[in-house]
Design a protein around this ligand. Sequence first.
Ligand SMILES: C=C1C[C@]23C[C@@]1(O)CC[C@H]2[C@@]12CC[C@H](O)[C@@](C)(C(=O)O1)[C@H]2[C@@H]3C(=O)O
Ligand SMILES: O=C(O)CCC(=O)C(=O)O
Ligand SMILES: [Fe+2]
Length: 287
Amino acid sequence: MVVLAKEELEQISLPVIQKPLPSSLIPVIDLSNPNSTSLIVAAAQELGFFKVINHGISMEIMSALESEAMKFFDLPQFEKEIRGLSPLGYGSKKIGSNGDLGWVEYLLLEIASKPKSQSSQFCSTLNEYIKAVRKLSVEILEMMAQGLHIKEKEIFSKLVMDDESDSVLRFNHYPPCPHLLGLSNRSLTGFGEHTDPQLISILRSNNTSGLEIALKDGSWVSVPSDPTSFFVNVGDSLQVLTNGRFRSVKHRVMVNGTRSRLSMIYFGGPPPGQKLGPSPLVMEERE
Ligand SMILES: C=C1C[C@]23C[C@@]1(O)CC[C@H]2[C@@]12CC[C@H](O)[C@@](C)(C(=O)O1)[C@H]2[C@@H]3C(=O)O
Ligand SMILES: O=C(O)CCC(=O)C(=O)O
Ligand SMILES: [Fe+2]
């Protein structure tokens, strides 16, 4: 459980809760539909964000990992903190290196290209999930390249398949916030506004909403939760590689106090030190 001191709480803003985005505004990509390639490109350009259904990952594996993660967050605080190895591992309240605070605790895990051991139930479920979600990211990145009419369909996906790929899996737990009881229509910043630096982020959450994305006009809209689906973000690296054609989406998480949110996010990144310039073939629209 994240416990913020009064002074810390005062540093976390309490914006008014956003109206939920009508679900119809979020592009829903059915991966079993052969036309989905062009729909993915349109969504990546317009919003930098979309939801995927018929993704081939079983609800069983998603729920199994969610309950393993919840078991971890339910441990006593000192046991979680033992695993708080900087910069990876367990952390709470302090996000990143800029001193940002949020009503969140998290577990950040590096993804090794060859997983070493499966010594616990958590590790084996984790490895199975990572394999499935990385395959999904490859599929989506290849559809993106095809949709942009790039001959080398692996141009983006090979970066997340690389043994040196800088990819991470993150679990974010936003516990209910007692300070908000009685403050109707107020929310607390769980994870402040940012864009993801990697190529692609693939997010799955439990049935508690809280994720908000910024539209092109700067307005914030909240994304209704859907634990059966994945939400995909375009990250900064993919924006660069596509010469700005794809939009890296600004997003944040707001907590409204009564229900706990748990999200699991795969971030597929290029190998560190990889020079990222625009792919020449994405400089202009091609037929
Ligand atoms: C507030 C921040 C946390 C973050 C670094 C940043 O300044 C902005 C991006 C954040 C993010 C999002 C994706 C990953 O979870 C992460 C590890 C990353 O590479 O960028 C986090 C950073 C973090 O928690 O350190
Ligand atoms: O926890 C979430 O739902 C999203 C958090 C996020 O944007 C991140 O970890 O980069
Ligand atoms: Fe993010």
